[in-house]
Design a protein around this ligand. Sequence first.
Ligand SMILES: [Zn+2]
Length: 339
Amino acid sequence: MSDDLTLPGFVNAHSHAFQRALRGSAGGGDFWAWREAMLELARGQSPHNVRTSYEAVYREMLAAGWTAVGEFHYLGFEEAVAAAEAAEAAGIELVLLYAAYGRGGLDRFRQGSPAEYLRRVEQLADKGIRTGLAPHSVRACPRDWLEEIGRYADEGDFVLHVHADEQPREIEECIGEHGVRPIELLAETGCLGPRTTIVHATHADDRELDLLSDSGARVCLCPTTEASLADGFAPVERLVQRGVGICVGSDSNVRIDPLEELRELDGVARRGALRRDLLSAGDLLCFGSDEGAASLGLTEWPEVTVDLEHRSLAGIEESDVPCALVYGCAGDVFSATEP
Ligand SMILES: [Zn+2]
């Protein structure tokens, strides 16, 4: 057996790097209690500590096989620039998904209007930072914000990422305010299209999943975080049945390991379908790389090298390596990519 093998690098389509700092805390009885701890952490961020701590997190990602990351950023403009500098220093490909936040959260998250938000997006792009649109959620963005951002997305070349259907309460509030569910509202406001990625979609109903399929939108699943935050089970089988593209993200970064994300995703699929073959190892590796790149609008990103001498691959034929990676290895089987 030769001593190395290269594969397309893993693409982390959804990260909040600062949340890595919460991994040592049990943190609250449900998602909403965890969110309070997360907001407290967010409150204390500065450009300086984003620059330092994000570089460390991005180096961990590279060491685990993620070679590109979509950073879903809602900490403010100067911190966004610092995040891009951290990615550059670490040597990871970054797409800065700059969040639009119209209401709720902290002062630092919010812009005064959709026009102010879009000006910020253009300023980041003008600095040479690869930037995407990210209306945070239907909680944080009123209908007129979604309409304006949807229109802008339609005219430009930006990808659009948005959290939706992570928790039942968000759906109940959306129905109360708008009379429709979150993905239905995104469709109505022009935010669903082939460059859209819905993050989570955990509690999406069949009609919402049909809308995703009809529009060519993707879903980003964040399996280790969705487990950690007690979000529920991703509708993997119903997404696969509809041919909706799936990518993955490390989200809260409680774990940084693309293989663990894919294995947890496959575990959810198998438990739901009562079958072992809903997804192949090849499907899962594609979710982890090509689908993530497409979600972020990337056409080129670095490869990873598999250490075929690693103890977790002992006795495995080279033709069986893809399965062994997905079902039996951790990200330390990949060599770190040097910038
Ligand atoms: Zn998120």
